[in-house]
Write a protein that binds this ligand. Structure first.
Ligand code: 3HC
Length: 321
């Protein structure tokens, strides 16, 4: 009798469900919105997806600064297309995040009250046109490495959103690299601008991949649940190895005196990353944190009437049907 009661005890039932869930993950099955999932899994995926969505939308600000100052109509059209893509990426990701049961308004409220983060990289200023090249080449280049890996994430809606987003990211990276290449073929002032942008954006781009694995609060669990398929350091190294060759090809210098190619590992060894700077920026004390948040809050408030009108129209449509 007692063994039957024990067999059906809540703890045993829960452990069986957790074991079955992990077996699905280990079999590389996709977890879909209506599937049973541990609350911690749901929370972790929601945290990462919502912060990813926030990053896409806030990332529109530094580049938006240069739409009216693009050097020619072609450059302006390309930048407009890229920024529009980023807004769309944010919408894909908010829609995918909402499948976990939390609405967009709540996600944006968490961003505005500081509970949710967005990528540190977007708290650096864009001082001139070379920065637009550096962002496309380095920031979108880093995002591609991360997002290609996330195409295999265990949560179905997130993986499918990544497939769609990655198709557009390669255009973003190429147009940035074209800007840097053009400037490095220009006069000495343009070359100096491109190198200065490289110097300012290289290390913050490496920080995009998050803390070292040994210092990462989430990587171990996220890897076990295959939310992350590769660790922060693995993805960072992949980005470093492919980007350094691209920099050297157009004559740019990597701002790292300790940079050295390791013939044994066949990877580039870099100097130490300034994690104090990283945590300062993540903690809200970067150069542009306040400006980015004020702008986002104001834009959200200004858009309140649009959301109300769209909802009213949608309600009317429902009542007609
Ligand atoms: N900026 C801000 N916060 C960061 C960060 C960064 N670059 N890297 C890590 N953090 C935060 C984490 O969010 C976590 O804080 P939290 O618990 O409050 O969320 C803490 O630092 C510990 O870091 P972990 O590495 O343990 O956290 P994760 O396991 O979440 O890994 C990540 C961090 C690698 C960024 C992961 O969340 C991820 O892959 N996210 C999806 C990709 C993404 O968000 N990219 C942002 C850029 S989007 C972009 O560039 C768009 C492009 O089109 C321009």
């Amino acid at each position: 009798m007692s063994s039957t009661i024990e067999q059906n005890s809540p703890t045993t039932v829960m452990q069986e469900r957790l074991d079955q869930f992990q077996a699905r993950i280990d079999a590389d099955e996709k977890i879909e919105p209506k599937d049973w999932m541990p609350e911690e899994y749901r929370k972790t995926v929601l945290r990462q997806m919502s912060q990813h969505a926030h990053s896409e939308v806030i990332g529109m600000q530094p580049e938006g600064n240069w739409i009216l100052r693009a050097p020619c109509l072609r450059a302006k059209k390309i930048l407009l297309a890229k920024i529009q893509d980023e807004g769309g990426h944010g919408l894909y990701l908010y829609s995918a995040a909402e499948t976990l049961g939390t609405g967009r308004e709540a996600l944006i409220e968490s961003l505005h009250n500081g509970k949710a983060k967005y990528s540190s990289i977007f708290n650096y200023p864009t001082l001139n046109w070379a920065d637009i090249g550096a962002i496309g080449w380095l920031v979108d280049g880093a995002a591609i490495v991360n997002q290609v890996s996330l195409q295999r994430t265990s949560y179905g809606p997130y993986a499918r959103a990544m497939v769609r987003i990655c198709k557009e990211e390669s255009f973003h990276q190429r147009q940035g690299y074209e800007i840097m290449t053009t400037m490095m073929r220009g006069n000495s002032a343009q070359k100096e601008m491109a190198q200065d942008a490289m110097n300012r954006w290289w290390w913050p781009a490496l920080m995009m991949f998050g803390p070292h694995d040994k210092d990462s609060a989430h990587t171990q669990q996220s890897m076990q649940w295959r939310i992350k398929r590769e660790s922060n350091d693995v993805l960072r190294q992949r980005f470093i190895d492919k980007t350094i060759d691209q920099a050297h090809l157009i004559g740019l210098t990597i701002p790292d005196e300790q940079l050295k190619y390791n013939e044994d590992t066949k990877h580039w060894d870099i100097g130490p990353i300034n994690w104090d700077e990283f945590w300062q920026v993540v903690g809200g004390h970067g150069l542009c944190n306040e400006q980015r948040m004020k702008h986002h809050i104001r834009a959200h408030q200004d858009g309140q009437w649009v959301r109300e009108a769209a909802n009213a129209f949608a309600q009317k449509q429902i009542s007609f049907n």
